[in-house]
Design a protein around this ligand. Structure first.
Ligand SMILES: [Zn+2]
Length: 227
């Protein structure tokens, strides 16, 4: 009798255990359907489950395109501003996007995520590289990935205010405010060195300062006129 009950319990329980393993976060999995319904169809593949964060989210890097362009920015702050300080500002862009009704894809109310994890920590920085006044180059995001015999952008950074441009370009931030000042010789020397090393991955690389998108397609009014 006892064995019989045990068998029944097992028969009832096994499908639950199996489905629990398949869908360990059933509630979140159901709620992602709501986002898919509100998202343009062609973007639905962006939704991925992140084991690390225990939640669904959008993998923005899935939009990556072949490496075509480099965009040069000024960071717009102090010469010695730390990446962590810049990150505070760029995280606000993510927060604004995740609060908007934009349906390409629809992410309103989800927890803002960049999909960029460097040294085990999520980063919201919009620069693949930073160059300081003394010429020091800091690599902040993973720049390139080799797929199907082609170099693609690896971490798609939110830097140009133009999504297609973001997906096909690396972003280099010269640290400082070049609305009022010029970059240092060391900064320019390092910039040239960095760009020539990037040309190895695409000899026909196009290089732009951010201000070339001013008034055309970029959303952000930070240009650095002396850049
Ligand atoms: Zn810029």
């Amino acid at each position: 009798m006892k064995i019989w009950i045990f068998v029944v319990l097992l028969l009832v329980a096994v499908p639950f255990i199996a489905s629990a393993q398949l869908y360990p976060y059933h509630e979140t999995e159901t709620s992602v359907l709501y986002y898919l319904e509100n998202t343009q169809e062609n973007r639905s593949f962006w939704f991925v489950y992140s084991e690390n964060n225990d939640r669904w989210g959008v993998d923005w890097d899935k939009e990556r395109l072949p490496f075509k362009k480099v965009m040069i920015h000024h960071t717009g702050g102090e010469m010695d501003q730390l990446p962590e300080e810049m990150e505070e500002v760029s995280k606000m862009k993510y927060i604004a996007r995740y609060a908007s009704d934009d349906n390409d894809p629809y992410v309103k109310g989800l927890e803002p995520q960049s999909s960029h994890v460097i040294n085990g920590k999520e980063t919201f920085l919009p620069y693949h590289f930073l160059i300081y006044q003394n010429g020091e180059i800091i690599n902040c995001l993973s720049p390139l990935t080799y797929q199907n015999n082609t170099w693609y952008i690896d971490n798609v950074a939110w830097h140009a205010g133009n999504w297609i441009f973001n997906c096909e370009s690396l972003s280099i931030g010269l640290v400082g405010n070049f609305e009022s000042d010029y970059p240092s010789d060391e900064q320019l020397k390092s910039l040239k060195k960095l760009i020539s090393s990037l040309r190895k991955y695409n000899p026909n690389l196009e290089v732009f300062p951010h201000r070339t998108l001013e008034g055309k397609t970029s959303k952000y009014p930070i240009w650095g006129k002396y850049l």
